[in-house]
Design a protein around this ligand. Structure first.
Ligand SMILES: Nc1nc2c(ncn2[C@@H]2O[C@H](COP(=O)(O)OP(=O)(O)OP(=O)(O)O)[C@@H](O)[C@H]2O)c(=O)[nH]1
Length: 410
C-alpha cells in the first residue's frame, strides 16, 4: 500500500537552499556585474577614477565570495549537513550586496546630475525586480536584498526631502514598492515551495512504486520456484531420483491418449526384484537401498527413446512406459534390461534362481483403439508380472490385450 508522502521540513529546507544556489548563483553574479559595469559608466564623468575602481573592486570581491560560498555548499552538500549556516551566509551576502547598491546611490546622490542619479535608481530597482525570479525560493534571501538596497535609499530620500524636488516622492514610492514586492515575493515563494514539495512527493512515490514492483517480481519468482520445487518433490522418488507412482500415472494417462490419437502401440514393463526381502534380511536395508538405486540407473540406461518414462511404482517395483513400442520391441527392452542386470552381477546369496540379483518383468501392450484406463494397463502388466514370478522368477511375460493374454517366457 502506497500512502501519500509529505516532504519533511528539513528536507524541504535543504531542497530550497539547493534550488536557490543552483539557479541563483549565475543570476546573482551576472545581474550584479552587468549593473556594476553600467553604474561605473554612469559615474565615470562625475566621480573620480579611484573611487569608481575601488567600489567596483570591492563589489566584485563580494560577488566572487558569494559565488564561491554557493559553489562550496553545492559541492560539499553542506546545505544538507549544515543548512542553517548556509542559510545565514546566503542572507548575509544578499543583504551586503543590497547595501553596496544603496551606499553607491547615496554616495552618488550629491555628486552626479539628477538625471544620472534617477537613471541609477532605475537600474537598482530593475535589478531588484529581476532578482525576484531567481531568489524568491528563499523568501528571506530576496527580502534581505530588497531591504538592503531600497530601504536606505528610501529613508535617505525621506530624510533629505528638502535637498531635491522628488526626494519625498522617491522615498514614499520606494517604501510602497518594497511593500508590494514583499507581498508578490510571498505569493511566488509559496508557489515555488509547493512545486518543490509536490515534485519530491511525486518522485518519492514513483521510487516506492518501483521498489514495490521489484519486490513483487521477486516474490513471483520465488513463488514460481517454490511451486516448481513442490511439483518436483511430489513427482520424484527420493531414493532413486526416478519419477514416482503419481508421475508415472500422469505420464501413462497422457501416453494412452496419444497412442489413441496417433494409432500407435503403447507398452509398459512392470519390474519386481526377486527375493528382495531375503536380500534385505541378509545384507541389510541400506544395502537394499543401494540395489534399488543401481537398478534405477540400469533402467535409465536401458531406455533411450524420447517419451520413454522410467519410474518407481512402489517398494521394489519399477515401471517403464514405452510409447510407440509394440510387444516385440518392449520385449527387446526387457531382454536388454535383464542382460544389464546380469552384467551388474550384484551378489545375492539367498536367491533361488541366480547367485546375483535378478528381476521379473511383466509386459502389457495396448493397441490404439483399446479403451483402456491407466489402471487397466497396470493391471495387465501386474498380471504378466505375477505370471513371471509364478514361472520361477528372472522371467519376462507379455500380456498383449485384455481379452487375449499372450505369454512369452524369456
Ligand atoms: N531396502 C529397501 N527395501 C525395500 C524398500 N521398499 C520395499 N522394500 C522391501 O522389499 C521387500 C519386498 O518383499 P516381498 O514383497 O516379500 O517380495 P520378495 O522378497 O522380493 O519376493 P518376490 O517378489 O516374491 O521374489 C520387503 O522386504 C520390503 O521391506 C526400500 O525402499 N528399500
Amino acid at each position: 500500500m502506497i500512502y501519500q508522502r509529505h516532504i519533511p521540513r528539513e528536507e524541504l529546507f535543504s531542497a530550497q537552499l539547493e534550488m536557490l544556489m543552483q539557479n541563483g548563483q549565475l543570476g546573482t553574479v551576472v545581474a550584479n556585474t552587468v549593473g556594476m559595469v553600467a553604474s561605473m559608466a554612469i559615474f565615470w564623468p562625475f566621480v573620480d577614477f579611484t573611487s569608481i575602481m575601488l567600489w567596483g573592486a570591492a563589489f566584485l570581491i563580494l560577488l566572487l565570495l558569494r559565488s564561491l560560498q554557493m559553489s562550496n555548499a553545492l559541492v560539499n552538500h553542506s546545505y544538507r549537513t549544515h543548512p542553517k549556516s548556509v542559510y545565514w551566509k546566503l542572507i548575509l551576502g544578499s543583504a551586503a550586496t543590497g547595501l553596496v547598491w544603496a551606499s553607491a546611490y547615496i554616495f552618488a546622490a550629491t555628486r552626479v546630475p539628477i538625471t544620472m542619479q534617477y537613471t541609477f535608481l532605475l537600474l537598482i530597482v530593475m535589478i531588484t525586480a529581476i532578482s525576484v525570479g531567481f531568489s524568491v525560493i528563499i523568501r528571506e534571501y530576496f527580502i534581505a536584498f530588497l531591504i538592503g538596497a531600497l530601504w536606505p535609499i528610501a529613508w535617505w530620500s525621506l530624510v533629505h526631502y528638502w535637498q531635491q524636488p522628488y526626494n519625498l516622492l522617491i522615498g514614499l514610492v520606494l517604501l510602497a514598492f518594497t511593500a508590494v514586492l514583499v507581498v508578490i515575493c510571498d505569493r511566488v515563494h509559496r508557489t515555488f515551495r509547493n512545486m518543490l514539495a509536490l515534485n519530491w512527493e511525486r518522485e518519492t512515490m514513483a521510487r516506492e512504486l518501483g521498489d514495490m514492483a521489484g519486490s513483487l517480481r521477486d516474490r513471483n519468482r520465488q513463488l514460481r520456484d517454490a511451486r516448481r520445487q513442490l511439483t518436483d518433490l511430489a513427482n520424484i522418488d527420493e531414493l532413486t531420483g526416478l519419477g514416482n507412482r503419481r508421475m508415472v500415472n500422469t505420464a501413462l494417462k497422457a501416453e494412452i491418449n496419444r497412442a489413441r490419437r496417433t494409432a500407435t502401440p503403447l507398452s509398459v514393463i512392470l519390474l519386481d526384484v526377486d527375493y528382495f526381502k531375503a536380500y534385505n534380511d541378509t545384507y541389510g536395508h541400506p544395502a537394499g537401498d543401494e540395489v534399488l538405486q543401481r537398478l534405477a540407473d540400469i533402467m535409465q540406461n536401458a531406455t533411450s527413446r524420447a517419451g520413454e518414462v522410467v519410474g518407481r511404482y512402489g517398494g521394489e517395483e519399477f515401471i517403464l512406459v514405452l510409447p510407440g513400442s509394440s510387444s516385440p520391441s518392449a520385449m527387446r527392452i526387457a531382454e536388454r534390461l535383464k542382460d544389464f542386470i546380469a552384467e551388474a552381477a550384484i551378489p545375492h546369496g539367498e536367491s533361488d534362481v541366480s547367485p546375483s540379483i535378478t528381476v521379473s518383468q511383466g509386459i502389457a501392450t495396448v493397441e490404439p483403439d483399446t479403451e483402456l484406463m491407466p489402471a487397466d494397463l497396470i493391471k495387465m502388466a501386474d498380471k504378466a508380472l505375477y505370471k513371471a514370478k509364478a514361472s520361477g522368477r528372472n522371467a519376462i511375460v507379455v500380456e498383449e490385450s485384455l481379452s487375449a493374454p499372450l505369454a512369452a517366457e524369456a
